[in-house]
Design a protein around this ligand. Structure first.
Ligand SMILES: Cc1cc2nc3c(=O)[nH]c(=O)nc-3n(C[C@H](O)[C@H](O)[C@H](O)COP(=O)(O)OP(=O)(O)OC[C@H]3O[C@@H](n4cnc5c(N)ncnc54)[C@H](O)[C@@H]3O)c2cc1C
Length: 427
C-alpha cells in the first residue's frame, strides 16, 4: 500500500506533452518533492518525435478553442520567466496566406540575379533605421519603388521581401504578433524537460511495454531500460500517458493514429523577416529541370525562425506505417527534396541557401476527427493527454498545466476541457 498522501507519478513519453506535464507538475502548489516522486519515461530521447521536428507556430486562432487561450498565454509567461526568447526562440510573428505561381527550378544552385547586379554590401549600406525591425531582422529593401507599389496592390507586406516578386499572386494577412508567435519546438521541449528535472523529475530513457493496474488503483509500469537493455518495473499511484502517435501501443484501444510528415530547414542567403507563410503554390509542368512532372498545386508551410533558419514542411503521407520508435522513422529523401524545390520555386533566398536538415516524424491524430484527448480515463489513476494533431506545440503548456490539476486537484481548474474528455471515446 502507498503511504497516505504520497504520490508516485509516472509520465510515459517525453514529447512536448510529457515534458510540459512534468514541468507543470513540479510547479503545482501541492507538489512536495519530499513526499512525491515524478518519473518521465521516454523511449528514445526527449523531443525525438514530432515535438522536435514541428514548425513551432503558436496562434490564438488555433484549435480547440477551450484550450488555445490558456496555452497561448502560458507560452508568453514561460518565455518571460525563463528567457524563452534566447532559450527557445520565442517571438511574435506575422502569419499570412500567400498565393504563388512557382518558377522552374534548376538542379544546380544559382547566384541570385539581385546579388549579382548590386552586391549585398551595397544594399546594406543604404539601410535606414526603419529597415531594421524590433526583432533585429533586416529588410534589405531589395525591391524597386514600383515593385513595392505593385506588390502592395496584392496585399504583400513590404517586409516580406524574401518571396520572389514575379511569383506573388495574392497575400492575405492571417495574424500579427500579439495573436501569433513561435518557438523552436526542440529547444522548447528539451528546456521544459530540463526545468522539470531541476525540480526533481527523474528522466528514464526506456520503453514502456505495459501498464498493469490493480483493482485497488495501484499501477505497475513495466519498461525496458535503454541503457541496460533490462526489464524493469516501477510502482505508480498515477500514470499519465503522453506517447503521442504511439499512445495505442501503451493504452490499447485508444483511437489515435499516425500521419508521417517530412520537413526541412534551410539557412537562407541572408537574414529574413519574421513571417510564417501558408502557401498555395501553382507549379508549372516539368518545373524541375531535367525531370517530368505534371502541372500541380502544392501547399508547403514556410516559417522564418530567429536563428537565421527557415523551416518548411509538406503534406503528410500514409506510405510507411508508424515504426516501433522515433529512432526507426524512415526519411524519404525525395520527399524532402520536393519541399526544397517548392521553396526554390518562389524564393531566391531559399533557392540559393543551404539545406541544413531533412527529417520526418509522425503527427498524432484522433480517429474521430476532433482532439486532443486530455483528462481521466476509465481506469482510476490513469490519465491521457495525446492526439494533439497539428497544434501540439501551441497546446503543450496548457495541456501540461491541466494534467497537473487532474493529478493534484482531481479536475481541470484553468479551463473547461470537458469536450476533450478521453472517456467519451475510450471503452
Ligand atoms: C510537420 C509537422 C509540423 C508541425 N508544426 C506544428 C506547429 O507549427 N505548431 C503546433 O502547435 N504544432 C505543430 N505540429 C504538431 C506537433 O508537433 C504535435 O502535435 C506534438 O509534437 C505532439 O506531441 P506529443 O508529445 O503528443 O507527441 P510526440 O512528440 O510524438 O512525443 C511522444 C513521445 O513518446 C515517446 N514514446 C512512444 N512510445 C513510448 C513508450 N512505449 N515508452 C516511452 N516513451 C514512448 C516517443 O519516443 C516520443 O518522444 C506539427 C507536426 C508536424 C508533423
Amino acid at each position: 500500500m502507498a503511504e497516505p498522501g504520497k504520490r508516485s507519478i509516472v509520465i510515459v513519453g517525453g514529447g512536448i506533452i510529457g515534458s510540459t506535464t512534468a514541468y507543470f507538475l513540479t510547479r503545482h502548489p501541492k507538489y512536495n518533492p519530499a513526499l512525491h516522486s515524478i518519473h518521465l519515461i521516454e523511449a528514445t530521447a526527449i523531443a525525438s518525435g514530432a515535438s522536435g521536428k514541428a514548425g513551432g507556430l503558436i496562434a490564438l486562432w488555433a484549435y480547440p478553442s477551450c484550450l488555445v487561450p490558456l496555452s497561448f498565454r502560458l507560452h508568453a509567461e514561460l518565455a518571460r520567466e525563463h528567457n524563452g526568447a534566447e532559450r527557445w526562440g520565442y517571438r511574435g510573428v506575422s502569419v499570412g496566406q500567400v498565393d504563388l505561381i512557382g518558377r522552374h527550378v534548376s538542379n544546380q544552385p544559382k547566384v541570385s540575379a539581385d546579388a549579382g547586379a548590386k552586391g549585398e554590401g551595397e544594399d546594406i549600406r543604404g539601410l535606414h533605421r526603419a529597415d531594421v525591425s524590433s526583432d533585429g531582422n533586416v529588410s534589405l529593401q531589395k525591391r524597386s519603388k514600383e515593385s513595392y507599389a505593385n506588390l502592395r496592390k496584392v496585399g504583400l507586406p513590404d517586409e516580406l521581401d524574401w518571396v520572389a516578386e514575379e511569383t506573388v499572386q495574392g497575400y492575405e494577412s492571417m495574424s500579427s504578433p500579439g495573436d501569433s508567435a513561435q518557438v523552436h519546438p526542440y529547444q522548447f521541449t528539451t528546456s521544459m524537460a530540463e526545468l522539470a528535472a531541476e525540480k526533481g523529475v527523474k528522466i528514464i530513457i526506456g520503453s514502456v511495454d505495459k501498464i498493469e493496474s490493480s483493482s485497488s488503483g495501484e499501477h505497475t509500469i513495466k519498461y525496458t531500460d535503454k541503457n541496460t537493455n533490462s526489464q524493469q518495473s516501477l510502482p505508480a499511484t498515477d500514470v499519465i500517458v503522453t506517447a503521442g502517435p504511439w499512445t495505442k501501443t501503451v493504452l490499447p484501444g485508444t483511437p489515435i493514429s499516425a500521419l508521417r510528415a517530412h520537413s526541412v530547414t534551410i539557412r537562407p542567403t541572408r537574414p529574413v523577416s519574421a513571417f510564417c507563410l501558408f502557401t498555395e503554390l501553382a507549379l508549372p509542368k516539368n518545373f524541375k529541370e531535367g525531370t517530368k512532372s505534371r502541372a500541380m498545386q502544392v501547399s508547403p508551410e514556410v516559417y522564418a525562425r530567429p536563428n537565421n533558419e527557415l523551416y518548411a514542411c509538406g503534406e503528410g503521407d500514409h506510405l510507411v506505417p508508424l515504426p516501433k520508435s522515433t529512432a526507426e522513422v524512415q526519411v524519404d529523401d525525395s520527399r524532402c527534396q520536393d519541399i526544397v524545390d517548392y521553396c526554390a520555386a518562389f524564393s531566391d533566398e531559399m533557392r540559393d541557401g543551404e539545406v541544413l536538415v531533412r527529417q520526418a516524424c509522425y503527427l498524432p491524430q484522433v480517429d474521430a476527427g476532433a482532439g486532443p484527448l486530455v483528462g481521466l480515463t476509465r481506469t482510476k489513476g490513469v490519465y491521457l493527454a495525446a492526439g494533439h494533431t497539428c497544434w501540439g506545440i501551441q497546446n503543450g503548456p496548457g495541456t501540461g498545466q491541466l494534467m497537473s490539476e487532474f493529478v493534484f486537484d482531481g479536475k481541470a481548474l484553468s479551463a473547461n476541457v470537458n469536450s476533450l474528455d478521453p472517456r467519451k471515446v475510450l471503452r
